[in-house]
Design a binder for this molecule. Structure first.
Ligand code: A2P
Length: 319
């Protein structure tokens, strides 16, 4: 692995259980991870911070060696709430700055104070007789301006967005004084997103893909079936056999070889190791094309679906 490769695979922290999180983060840094993908909404930033602090205290790495991303939750889109949300995230992580701070979803929801509930998640008042997912009228350009102020204050090095489509990205580029450094989107062989990735490339925005292994994260949430797994596809198995790698390594390698940064999540040390060991082999052009041709535009993380199913609120952001 050369020095740049190290940041091409980040550890996704979504769904890392609180009681194991600090240990997993510490172990991940120990075996070579230097890029961590956190978010307020994951509910484990205190534990992530404990893992980071232990690694730094023990001299495994310095703060400057790490790239740490976090994300602004939907309930803090109003400009006055953006710095508060970042302050809470920094305090929880035990950091003085972030490398990247991203707008988590292009969905604004009413403010929920830290004392009321943290992280606030999607429902405005879960205790009410009729719990509801509400939205708020906060235009994204106002949120972006507040994000830019965080860069001006030196609290974050880069800002970016997640879950934007091409239209939103074009719009953002028309008013951004500080350009987005990153676009984070779901992408895997069943959702290759070539057009959006190409557009981001034209704007010189790095693309990070979440759920790079496809359905796996969604099985435990009942948002996918076992048959949705890309790891049993014949083209993936054939490449794994040829290169003597696991199917997961083939799919992850495909992700970075097409120029993206990937953030696979794992709570298992063997798989954590497996997932960063993808820089000593290459897929052929034909293998790359065959894996890309598995695309069926299958999205597992779609608020248009899960908000309607879970909160009876139809609020699509993709068409
Ligand atoms: P586990 O945490 O038990 O390793 P993604 O980040 O693409 O959404 O994938 C995360 C899911 O994939 C988790 O369920 C994780 O389970 C599983 N996973 C992560 N790495 C591997 C791997 N190398 N092989 C098989 N499953 C993996």
């Amino acid at each position: 692995m050369n020095n740049k490769d190290i940041y091409k695979v980040g550890l996704g922290l979504w769904k890392l259980p609180k009681d194991e999180c600090a240990e997993i983060v510490y172990n991940a840094i120990k075996i070579g991870y230097r890029h961590l993908d956190s978010a307020c909404d994951y509910g484990n930033e205190v534990e992530v911070g404990q893992g980071i602090a232990r690694a730094i205290t023990e001299g495994v790495c310095t703060r400057e060696d790490l790239r740490i991303t976090s994300k602004l939750w939907n309930t803090y889109h109003a400009p006055e709430h953006v710095p508060l949300a970042l302050g809470k995230t920094l305090a929880d992580l035990g950091l003085t700055y972030l490398d990247s701070y991203l707008i988590h979803f292009p969905i604004a929801q009413p403010y929920v104070s830290f004392e009321t509930r943290y992280p606030p998640e999607w429902i405005f008042d879960p205790e009410s007789e009729t719990p509801e997912m509400l939205t708020a009228a906060v235009p994204l350009h106002q949120t972006w301006q507040a994000m830019e102020s965080l860069v001006d204050k030196g609290l974050v090095k880069n800002i970016g967005v997640c879950n934007y489509n091409s239209g939103l990205l074009n719009d953002l580029m028309s008013y951004a004084k500080i350009k987005p450094a990153q676009l984070q989107i779901e992408s895997h062989p069943y959702l290759t997103q070539e057009r959006l990735i190409k557009l981001a490339g034209h704007y010189d925005i790095d693309v990070t893909t979440f759920s790079p292994l496809g359905a796996l994260s969604y099985l435990e949430l009942d948002m996918a079936n076992k048959t949705d797994s890309v790891l049993t596809q014949p083209v993936v198995l054939a490449a794994a056999e040829r290169l003597n790698k696991t199917p997961a390594q083939i799919v992850l390698r495909w992700g970075v070889q097409r120029g993206c940064t990937i953030i696979p999540k794992s709570s298992n040390l063997t798989r954590l190791q497996e997932n960063i060991s993808i820089f000593d082999f290459e897929l052929s052009a034909a293998e790359m094309a065959d894996i890309s041709s598995l695309n069926i535009n299958k999205r597992f993380n779609d608020p248009g679906d899960f908000c309607e199913a879970a909160f009876n609120k139809f609020y699509p952001i993709y068409d």
